[in-house]
Design a protein around this ligand. Structure first.
Ligand code: 13P
Length: 250
C-alpha cells in the first residue's frame, strides 16, 4: 500500500493564542487536500484554541514537545495524557532545536517516544546532521546512531505508525535546502536502517519526512522522491504559502 504523504507545520515559538486562531482561519480553505495528512504542531498554549478552531477540518493538531512522565512535580512540563485529553494526535520529539538549546539527549528522547506511543500519540521523531558532520562524511553514521538510540525497545508495530523527520541542521531556517537527491539519499538510508532493525514491512510502512527550508517552490520536487513521504515545515507553515506546500500535487 502506498504511504500517504504527511505535511506538518512546526510553528516553533510563534503565534499567540489569538494569532494562532487567526492563522487557522486564514489557512482553512487553502490546506484542503484529501490525499495528504495535514498537521499543525503548535506551541503548548495554542493547543486548546487550535484544536477548537480546526474542528471539522482535515487538519490534525500536534504538540512540539512533551515530557515522558505521567504526572507529578515537573514544573513547566506537559504530559502525554494532557495532550491526548486536549485532542492532540501527534508530537514532535527530538527536534534539533530541543537537542541543541535544551540539551535533550537520546536517552531522554527514547523515553519520550515510548511514552507517546503508550499514550496513543504519534511521535514525529526528528534526526539530522550538522554542516560539520556532513562535511566530515559522517551524515548517515550520525543519523543511524540517533535513530537506533531513540527507538531502543520500540516495537515494529509502533514503528509502522511512526513518522521520522529528516532535518539537516544546516538547512533549518537558513533558506538553504538539501537538494532533492541529498534528501532522498538520507531518507532511503533511514528506511534501509528500519529494515535492518525491524523488517521489510515495517520499513515500507514508516513515513519519513524531509524538513529544512521546505516551501511552495521546492516541495513538489522533494515530495516526488520515492522515500520522502512528507515535510516538516517551519517558516513556510506560518503563511498562506503553506497551502501551496500541502497542494504540491495539484
Ligand atoms: P524551516 O522550514 O523554517 O527551515 O524549519 C524547518 C524545521 O525545523 C521544521 O521542524
Amino acid at each position: 500500500m502506498a504511504r500517504k504523504k504527511i505535511i506538518a507545520g512546526n510553528w516553533k515559538m510563534n503565534k499567540t493564542p489569538s494569532e494562532a486562531v487567526a492563522l487557522v482561519e486564514e489557512l482553512k480553505d487553502l490546506v484542503k487536500n484529501d490525499e495528504v495528512d495535514v498537521v499543525y504542531c503548535v506551541p503548548a498554549i495554542d493547543i486548546v484554541p487550535v484544536v477548537e478552531a480546526t474542528k471539522g477540518t482535515n487538519v490534525a493538531v500536534g504538540a512540539e514537545n512533551m515530557y515522558f512522565e505521567e504526572s507529578g512535580a515537573y514544573t513547566g512540563e506537559i504530559s502525554a495524557p494532557m495532550l491526548v485529553d486536549a485532542g492532540v494526535k501527534y508530537v514532535i520529539i527530538g527536534h534539533s532545536e530541543r537537542r541543541d538549546y535544551f540539551k535533550e539527549d537520546d536517552v531522554l528522547l527514547n523515553k519520550k517516544v515510548k511514552k507517546a506511543f503508550a499514550s496513543g500519540l504519534t511521535p514525529i521523531l526528528c534526526c539530522g546532521e550538522s554542516l560539520e558532520q556532513r562535511e566530515d562524511g559522517i551524515t548517515m553514521e550520525w543519523i543511524k546512531s540517533q535513530i537506533i538510540a531513540d527507538l531502543a525497545g520500540v516495537s515494529a508495530d509502533d514503528v509502522k505508525k511512526l513518522v521520522i523527520a529528516y532535518e539537516p541542521i544546516w538547512a533549518i531556517g537558513t533558506g538553504k535546502t538539501a537538494t532533492s537527491d541529498q534528501a532522498q539519499e538520507v531518507c532511503k538510508g533511514i528506511r534501509d536502517l528500519i529494515a535492518d532493525m525491524y523488517d521489510a514491512a515495517t520499513a515500507e510502512a514508516v513515513r519519513i519526512q524531509y524538513g529544512g527550508s521546505m516551501n511552495a517552490g521546492n516541495a513538489a520536487e522533494l515530495l516526488a522522491k520515492p522515500d520522502i513521504d512528507g515535510g516538516l515545515i517551519g517558516g513556510a507553515s506560518l503563511k498562506a504559502d503553506f497551502g501551496k506546500v500541502v497542494n504540491y500535487n495539484k
